[in-house]
Every structure is written in C-alpha cells, then in structure tokens.
Design a protein around this ligand. Structure first.
Ligand code: LHQ
Length: 257
C-alpha cells in the first residue's frame, strides 16, 4: 500500500518521510494524523533518540492540500484538529528533530520545517510563505516561529510578500542551519541525526524544553526553570558518564538515560 507518511528506523534515528511526491507532498488530513502519531511514537520509544523529517521526490512539502473538494471549510476546526496538535507534539517531544528540506517548502510545509529543531537545506530548496498568495495568514505556528528564528522584520517581509526565498538567502537569514549540495543532503542529514542520537538524549530533550519554554518566560522565570531542569539533567546516567569520561580522558559513551 502507498503510505503517504513513511516511518523507518535506522539505529537510534526515526526517519519520517512525507510520501506524496506527485503532489509535492501536500498535506492531507491522514498525513497530519500520521505525522502526529509518528512523533508520539518517537516520544514513547526509548530506542528512538532523534527524528529526521524529509520529503520524497523533488519537493519537501507544498503545505495544506488545497484540493479540498468537499473538504471542511471550517478552517479553525481543521487547524485545531490537525495542525495545532501536530506542532505541539513536535515541540513537546523531548528528542531532537532534524529537518532535511530537499526542495520547495510552501505554506504549512514551511511551518512544519520551522517546528523542527535543526534545518538542513539542499541547494535546490526554496521557501515560500505562500499563505498570503491565496489570501490566508501563516498558520501551524508560522507567525510564532518565523519572527523568533529570523527576526520580526524579515518574518513580516516573507509573510506579507509571499515571495520565494532560495536556500542561500534562507541560510543568510538563519532560516536554515546549513545548506548542502542536493546529492549530499540525506547523507549529511542522517549523519547529523545519528550524531544527535548518540548524544545525552535527556539533556538534549531538556535543552529543547528550556528553550521553548524560555521563549514564553521572563529572565527570572527562565533562570528558575534552568535550575529545575539542570537538576534533572544532573541526575542522569549520561551526565555521570560525561564527567567520568572527561576525567578519564576518553570519549563518552552516552546511553540516552
Ligand atoms: C498541490 C499543492 C497543494 C494540492 C502542489 N495542494 N495540490 C490552508 C488551508 C486550510 C487550513 C489549514 O491551513 C492551510 C495552510 C496552508 O498550507 S496554505 C498554503 C497552501 N500551499 C500553497 O498555497 C502552495 C501551492 N503550491 C504551489 O505554489 C506550487 O505547487 C509549489 C511552489 C509548491 C510547487 O510548484 P511546482 O514545482 O511548479 O509544482 P506544481 O505546482 O506543478 O505541482 C505539482 C502537482 O502538485 C500539481 O498537480 P498536477 O495534478 O497538476 O500535477 C499541483 O497542483 C499539485 N500541488 N501544491 N498545496
């Protein structure tokens, strides 16, 4: 059967592939539920220590499938039922999510990439805050992530004009962490996901939580949150191993515990 979201495991990495290449991986309701399920499963499975998200074919994701024929015209309901729980599941997942943007990302496809923690782009990747081009506003976190990642001025420009941004410009503005040649994208992205999967998973999860929660807190509240989360990280086996390895002048062997 053709699966519109493919989930595979490679060591400690869960590879999630949007798999509707004939429609540039435009998102259907089924795909949004399948994505959420995949991230939930990643959270529940101790063997999974990082997630890598990419798209099959020439594009990453064209956003919401606009061929709604008979679909739900209550957009608030659609968003509340599908996109919002997915985005929150991704940001609440206390494991790193790497995105390999293999081609065009448009509309909610950009939001999906923004909800990942690190973004690698192929030289052929492009980004379009396409919402305005069809008379809509960025959703699925588009108005929250983008100004925080690239700054308010650039976010407004991208959201209001809906222009296509190439990979080089995306890198320049901090929208992606790295740009790599197209034929090396998956190898580089997998290497990064594998590297993260071999790191102290609890600490990485708590780093993620401290950063996201910190975005909504004052400095004093963030300092307190850091104290609480540091205490949690400090009780992990990986922390003990990290200190032991340092003192014994050898590379650490982190188990994700
Ligand atoms: C598509 C799509 C697509 C269906 C390509 N849908 N078929 C919105 C509404 C409701 C609630 C929730 O939130 C949202 C959020 C959003 O995401 S709004 C933004 C939706 N996305 C867009 O407006 C982008 C629309 N697509 C495009 O602008 C282009 O297709 C891009 C730039 C992505 C790719 O362009 P090309 O590389 O030239 O490919 P193409 O346009 O030829 O597309 C290939 C096929 O995929 C084609 O179908 P066909 O049967 O003619 O071969 C397209 O119709 C189809 N497709 N995006 N979003």
């Amino acid at each position: 059967m053709h699966e519109s979201v493919r989930v595979e495991h490679q060591g400690g990495v869960m590879l999630v592939t949007l798999n509707r290449p004939e429609k540039v991986n435009a998102l259907t309701r089924e795909m949004l539920f399948a994505l959420r399920e995949a991230f939930q499963a990643a959270g529940e499975d101790d063997r999974v220590r990082s997630v890598l998200v990419t798209g099959a074919g020439r594009g990453f994701c064209a956003g919401q499938d606009l061929d709604l024929g008979g679909g739900d015209s209550d957009y608030a309901k659609v968003i509340r039922e599908t996109y919002n729980p997915l985005i929150l599941t991704m940001t609440h997942l206390e494991k790193p999510i790497v995105c390999a943007v293999n081609g065009v990302a448009a509309g909610a496809g950009v939001s999906l990439a923004l909800a990942c923690d690190l973004r690698l782009a192929s030289e052929t990747a492009t980004f379009i805050q396409a919402f305005v081009n069809i008379g809509l506003i960025p959703d699925s976190g588009g108005t929250w992530f983008l100004p925080r990642i690239v700054g308010l001025g650039r976010a407004m420009e991208l959201a209001m004009l809906g222009d296509r941004v190439d990979a080089a410009r995306a890198h320049e503005m901090g929208l992606v962490n790295r740009v790599v040649p197209a034929d090396q994208l998956m190898a580089e992205a997998m290497a990064l996901a594998e590297r993260l999967a071999a790191m102290p998973t609890r600490a990485i999860g708590l780093i993620k939580r401290a950063h996201y929660e910190g975005m909504e807190r004052t400095l004093a509240q963030s300092l307190e949150l850091e104290a609480v989360l540091q205490n949690e990280a400090g009780q992990t086996e990986d922390h003990r191993e990290g200190v032991r390895a340092f003192l014994e002048k050898r590379p650490p062997r982190f188990q994700g515990r």
